[in-house]
Design a protein around this ligand. Sequence first.
Ligand SMILES: Cc1cc2nc3c(=O)[nH]c(=O)nc-3n(C[C@H](O)[C@H](O)[C@H](O)COP(=O)(O)O)c2cc1C
Length: 172
Amino acid sequence: MPLMSALKLRRSTREYADRPLSQQTLSDFLWAAFGVNRAGGKRTAPYWRHIMVIDVYAALADGVWLYDLASHALLPHLAADIRADTGLQDFVGIAPLDLVYVAHGERMTDTPPADRRLYASVDTGFIGQNVYLYCAAESFATVLRGAVDYPRLGKRMMLPEQQFVTFAQPVG
Ligand SMILES: Cc1cc2nc3c(=O)[nH]c(=O)nc-3n(C[C@H](O)[C@H](O)[C@H](O)COP(=O)(O)O)c2cc1C
């Protein structure tokens, strides 16, 4: 689909079917979101100061997986279905995939804590828009979400103290 057509169709949706995504679709989603698109490991989205701050996690029915950019593979993170804990709206537990964006605060060394969330959120916004456009082009539903119980989700994902969730995004 031409970019202009995808932009015309981009929208937030809050109603999901629980139909699982195929492996190929999942792969395409993650690559569109923040995959490597050039030699040198650079990505489909721009990022703060050439420092890889954001990890993309995929919360699926069969567990939580970390998207490994170098190998374009999902690494097992947690063997639990935490989709319902990724947000405060009921559809999050129904969508087959909830993307959870996690920032490595510890990599943002000379940056005060308030600015860390700011820059990590901007990085996430670009990734989120890639997902929106992929959804528009391929007829999937999505919505970027800040309505998240952050301490609870951080604990549920067993994130180290310096890492924090920026946003989450169901897809289906
Ligand atoms: C930073 C940010 C946080 C958002 N958080 C939520 C959320 O928690 N729940 C929700 O349903 N929509 C959320 N949205 C989606 C907005 O409500 C939506 O983009 C806006 O109403 C415009 O609608 P549209 O995306 O369909 O054009 C968020 C959007 C952004 C950019």
